[in-house]
Write a new protein. Structure first.
Length: 489
């Protein structure tokens, strides 16, 4: 009988960052250089050029060559981050003051294996993450750890060609085994890859490929992805043996898509945009096989993936235990070529006349979060984590030594309200980790000017500043919201 019963809001509220955007200390503790440490900003660029660089001019071979020869941090914001590496104790104390229930960060592979192909791990790297996660535990904060948030040891690219090379699976298995055996007791949830679909839209980030020349790029992307899918399956399989009871998940950058009109052609476009950009990735990770619609697509773009015996069985065996996504915007699908465009996370999108945008042009759509949660719940029937969501904005430190950010409070309020509605819809929501809980370097725009945090970091885009942490108005708002949420559960 379907008797009326009260729905409990038992999901966890948290915050997220990534090691490559926060830690800095790019040589400290024996760390090797990573692929994200190579991303370079010309000091002569204007802030506007910096902000649009990622989408208009992806990472180049010339930049990699220059960066490999350069040991400086001046034009490499990601080498500096917010110096979280040296501030993590006080930063975690601030997160505890917020009442955070779960903290998502990533582990830098090149801190544990500086080159990626060593047989033994770097003990100083393990000690750092052990201490960081133990600090979280001490404050009652659960840990969601991403194994790869875009960055891998750069040596794996220069010596092996990156993810295109199947040998990376061997190195990854060694890395994962170390993570589980040495850090397994201080991590609660594991995510092998951040936004695995970034491969297609930002190849250097996603699969560590320089996106030129264009010829052969799709083949290289999908072959690399196949190796990442197998690594994800290995992470699940090894997790079952080495950290039994802990959940290992899969994540995409979600591009929630609406047909522009009720024209059948627009609906077909929306269906296919979602299949190729989003569902394909989670279908492989959660259902354990390549969906049939990809055969049509691979034929169309001339991609043939090289597989080996045992791959199909491994993908089945290594199906993820939860699905996760980042959510920043929604977009419109249409086959009308002249539709107005705007920016979005990782991609250019089509404009929806019913939505407003952030300062960076990303379309703000709280209801789309509820829609996405329902879609994932219906499609996979697995627990769900909203691994990233937040507002990037220019913040100003005022004379009264704070940041008044009503725009961020409004954004969070609207999006968090949709979580409760989705749970009432029947969605099995495990956690929500707000993106950039503390200001970090923006990944796309490589700038400190695009801030997401409820905690301000006094550091500018050239790396100048006191590094002081300042509570924004949104800090107090989120603290009270979390307290009320805990009360209600
Ligand atoms: C996600 C990434 O795609 O978007 C994060 O996982 C990133 O690393 C976030 O920071 C927001 O994008 P940006 O470009 O504003 O930093």
């Amino acid at each position: 009988c379907f008797a009326r019963k009260e729905v409990k809001m038992t999901y966890l509220l948290g915050g997220a960052i990534a090691s490559s955007q926060a830690e800095g200390g790019f040589h400290d503790g024996g760390k090797g250089p990573s692929t994200q440490d190579m991303r370079y900003l010309d000091g002569a660029w204007t802030p506007e050029q910096i902000e649009t660089k990622h989408q208009q001019s992806p990472f180049t071979q010339a930049e990699l060559t220059a960066a490999l020869a350069d040991d400086d941090t001046t034009y490499y914001p990601l080498r500096r981050g917010i110096d979280f590496y040296h501030h993590y104790k006080t930063d975690i104390a601030l997160l505890a003051e917020l009442g955070l229930q779960v903290f998502r960060t990533s582990i830098s592979w090149s801190r544990l294996y500086p080159n990626g192909d060593e047989l033994e791990p770097n003990e100083a790297g393990i000690a750092y993450y052990r201490d960081l996660f133990t600090e979280c535990q001490r404050h009652g904060i659960k840990v969601l750890a991403t194994m790869i948030h875009y960055d891998i040891p750069v040596h794996l690219v220069t010596a092996y060609g990156g993810w295109q090379n199947r040998q990376l699976i061997t190195f990854f298995k060694r890395y994962v085994t170390t993570l589980y055996t040495r850090l397994g007791d201080v991590v609660d949830y594991w995510l092998p890859f951040n936004e695995i679909n970034a491969a297609k839209f930002s190849p250097w980030d996603g699969v560590c490929l320089i996106p030129t020349p264009r010829a052969g790029l799709d083949q290289a992307i999908y072959q690399s992805l196949h190796h990442q899918f197998l690594c994800s399956a290995w992470a699940v399989k090894l997790g079952r043996q080495l950290v039994p009871g802990k959940l290992v998940g899969g994540m995409i950058a979600r591009f929630t898509t609406y047909p522009a009109t009720c024209k059948p052609e627009d609906n077909l476009q929306a269906l296919q945009d979602e299949q190729y950009a989003n569902w394909f990735y989670l279908d492989v990770l959660a259902r354990g096989s390549y969906p049939s619609y990809m055969t049509r697509y691979f034929n169309k773009i001339g991609v043939h993936i090289h597989t080996e015996p045992g791959d199909a069985a491994l993908l089945q065996e290594g199906r993820v235990g939860f699905v996760a996504f980042s959510y920043y915007f929604s977009q419109v699908a249409t086959n009308q070529p002249d539709w107005e465009q705007t920016a979005g996370n990782l991609i250019m999108t089509k404009k929806n006349p019913y939505l407003t945008t952030s300062e960076w042009g990303w379309q703000i759509d709280p209801v789309g979060l509820r829609i996405t949660l329902n879609q994932l719940n219906d499609r996979y029937g697995l627990p769900i984590i909203v691994a990233e969501n937040g507002l990037g904005a220019h913040d100003e430190l005022t004379a009264d030594d704070t940041v008044h950010d009503p725009y961020r409070i409004a954004y969070l309020k609207a999006h968090l309200a949709q979580l409760d509605l989705a749970v009432a819809d029947g969605v099995n929501l495990l956690a929500y980790t707000m993106w950039g809980i503390i200001d970090i370097v923006s990944c796309g725009a490589l700038t400190m000017a695009k801030r997401y945090g409820v905690i301000y970091v006094d550091r500018d885009n050239a790396g100048h500043g006191s590094d002081r942490r300042v509570r924004k108005d949104s800090f107090y708002w989120y603290r009270d919201y979390i307290a009320a949420h805990k009360e209600a559960t």
